[in-house]
Design a protein around this ligand. Structure first.
Ligand code: RFL
Ligand code: PHB
Length: 393
């Protein structure tokens, strides 16, 4: 068995694992990244699109913000649309903060390029990744690569392996509780080769369900529709998707421009939080420890904020101060629960509950009342702006 020793074994090369590696490198701390997919697969995944101001600051501080500064689209606010009217929520005017539209794929591309430049030990397409000895002081991670068995010995193991990873699953079941809920709807998302028909993101509650207009660049649009979670993507031709987008997003005097659809998929929506993000020598970051529904644009940003906290704690630990590392799980979860509440609030305010009955008719009108209050109150809009642009760490 081939053996390697490092300080920090990072499982997963998504945005969380890749960023942690760079933060550790900057502090001179050794790490190895293990990823079970290929580089191309990881780079090809289309996911989140909005970076909080704090995420932009983190990427910039760690020296991976050049392309982001050049190509990221800084947005002063968002639109909330309901009852056929579009309302602007101006974050800059309300609280002096912004968000930046820059695809997760681009973040991952920048992080991978930096690892290439640094010559990092990041291994892709490894199999059978398994952590061991997490409750002792000398954990290891075994894996197979190029048909050979390997063992990586480390001081710490970081689970950055997403919702379906092995890290969370290696905490004994009687030591962890899962808090979760599913939503009775999913998002059908498309990428289209067409200039965005809006300057800022539109979040829309329509009688037929939620719709959203986002973007990736000046020439690529990203659009979403609320659909039934059991729906098959095959039932949605491009023409049907554009029809639904026109119906839901349409307002008088505005035109939605269509373009070639280059990607389409359906994503289920769930809220999920593990009761602990640390177990002995294991620490969880990002989707490995928690999932939000995408309506508040928090998934990627939470992953990056976990990494910021954990990197600072590990750097302190190796400098002889263990306090932050002991507090990481509690601090990250406290922040995460606030993020969970915001994501759940945005989601439930903006989606139609399925079913055609007196209760859902009531709920829809109550949601319109809530949106009318939010867009009519500077206090409510400030609350939204503060959470959307990102809570302080
Ligand atoms: P990731 O990005 O899932 O990366 C985890 C990495 O770990 C690898 N992995 C393993 N590696 C080794 N051994 C194993 N046993 C492994 N098991 C898994 C995986 O291949 C992967 O490379 O987690 P990370 O880094 O925590 O980043 C979190 C974000 O990716 C996530 O929060 C967001 O993308 C969530 N999300 C969205 N968030 C938004 O804010 N807006 C969106 O529009 C949005 N769309 C999405 C999403 C998440 C999706 N998933 C997870 C199904 C769309 C999708 C489809
Ligand atoms: C996206 O552009 O993919 C996106 C933007 C905002 C969200 C979710 C997804 O809330």
């Amino acid at each position: 068995m081939a053996q390697v020793t490092t300080r920090v074994a990072i499982i997963g090369a998504g945005p969380a694992g890749l960023l942690l590696g760079i933060a550790l490198h900057r502090a001179g701390i050794d790490f190895v990244i293990l990823e079970n997919r290929s580089r191309e697969y990881v780079l090809g995944r289309v996911r989140a699109g909005v970076l909080e101001q704090g995420s932009v600051e983190t990427l910039t501080r760690l020296g991976v913000g050049d392309r982001l500064a050049r190509d990221g689209l800084v947005h002063d606010g968002i639109y909330l649309q309901f009852a056929g009217e579009r309302h602007h929520v101006d974050f800059t005017a309300l609280i002096g903060r912004t968000v930046t539209v820059y695809g997760q794929q681009e973040v991952v591309k920048d992080l991978m390029a930096e690892h290439d430049r640094l010559g990092s030990d990041a291994r892709y397409e490894v199999a059978d990744v398994a952590p061991h000895g997490l409750d002792g002081s000398a954990p290891t991670v075994t894996f197979t690569s190029d048909g050979r068995q390997h063992e990586l010995a480390a001081d710490f193991v970081v689970g950055a392996d997403g919702f379906h990873g092995v890290s969370r699953a290696s905490i004994p079941a009687d030591q962890i509780t899962i808090y979760e809920r599913e939503y009775p709807y999913a998002w059908l998302g498309i990428l289209a080769n067409v200039a965005p028909s809006t300057d800022e993101l539109i979040y829309c509650l329509h009688e037929d369900g939620f719709a959203m207009h986002s973007m990736r660049s000046h020439s690529v649009s990203r659009l979403y529709l609320q659909v039934d979670p059991t729906e098959s993507i095959d039932a949605w031709s491009d023409a049907r998707i554009w029809d639904a987008l026109h119906t839901r997003l349409g307002v008088p005097g505005w035109t939605l421009h269509e373009g070639e659809v280059t990607e389409k998929s359906i994503t289920p929506m769930r809220s999920f939080v593990a009761s602990r993000l640390d177990y002995g020598r294991l620490f969880l970051v990002g989707d490995a420890g928690h999932i939000v529904p995408p309506t508040g644009a928090k998934g990627l940003n939470s992953a990056l904020s976990d990494v910021t906290m954990l990197a600072a704690a590990l750097i302190d630990f190796f400098a002889g101060d263990e306090r932050k590392l002991a507090e990481y799980g509690t601090a990250a979860l406290a922040r995460q629960w606030r993020t969970q509440q915001f994501s759940q609030w945005m989601t439930e305010m903006l989606h139609r509950r399925p079913g055609d009955n007196a209760a859902t008719a009531f709920d829809y009108r109550s949601q319109l009342g809530e949106l009318s209050y939010v867009t009519g109150s500077d206090y409510a809009m400030q609350m939204l702006a503060e959470q959307y642009t990102g809570l302080k760490l």
